[in-house]
Ligand binder design. Sequence first.
Ligand code: C2E
Ligand code: CA
Ligand code: CA
Ligand code: CA
Length: 276
Amino acid sequence: AKARGKNTFHFFSQDLKDAAKDRLELENQLREAIRDHQFLLHYQPKIDLQTNSVVGYEALLRWRLPDQTLVPPGRFIPVAESTGMIVSIGEWVLWEGCRFLARQLSRGLDVDLSINLSARQFRDNTLTETIARILQRTGVEPRRIIFEITESMLMGDTDAAIHQLNQLKSLGVSLSIDDFGTGYSSLSYLKRFPVDELKIDRSFVQDIPGDRNDMDIVSAIIAMAQQMNLRVVAEGVETAEQLTFLKQHNCTLVQGYYFSIPLAEQELSLLDFTIN
Ligand code: C2E
Ligand code: CA
Ligand code: CA
Ligand code: CA
């Protein structure tokens, strides 16, 4: 048992070294990615369930390595966040997203764009100015933009969070709570924040219609959102059964692989504007 313990320890510390090395490597690669413009955005359509039409998109960050591999955000955003690199990456996302939206609007499409904000960006007190400048320079009307933040960003210093939300709202943009239901939200808590939309986390959608509990949670969130006059978006919709359930409960908008994976801008134009 002793020998085994030793071995285990040995493997464990080697693992730690490997993890630290991987992380350093990733940090260096990320610095190069910023310098060499290796980021791109994909866009996932948002569908209005009343009209079955695409009413907007969510911008989702991708990192393309020099060998063309696409790195998903789950792999690099935590590192970008902890090193602070997410602030400059996030600013690029704002520019790129707004330029994309301006092109869509100039084609005559009536669409909006959801943009994810990271915790670091959200805490930055120059964020509102930065956004105002980007909107102005790209000519995008603020009402066309929805910023997605997570519940955890609203915890802790709630006064600071409310202040930041009000600053953003004063620009005329909309605010959405992403991954809703996974944090500690309650009705009283929600009422304190000037938000316009709730985004039901995929984990509650994926087991519909198998999981009675999840169905109850989803219908309760939709009912609560209606009561509070909030738009409600269900994410991660993959099946016709899920869609039927969400329609029956009057969910406002849906997103998911059932309609479309996130796509590059050139691929979007191939997508039929109305989805049946
Ligand atoms: P999120 O904001 O919750 O984005 C939804 C994620 O679910 C996306 O993963 C999307 O591709 C995926 N998804 C959409 N529909 C389906 C579906 O039907 N089934 C399944 N299984 N998945 C679906 P992605 O693109 O890998 O992004 C992961 C997370 O990375 C995002 O979660 C968001 O938290 C973060 N992220 C992405 N882009 C940005 C960004 O520009 N800035 C910041 N700060 N975070 C971002
Ligand atoms: Ca999101
Ligand atoms: Ca989400
Ligand atoms: Ca479940």
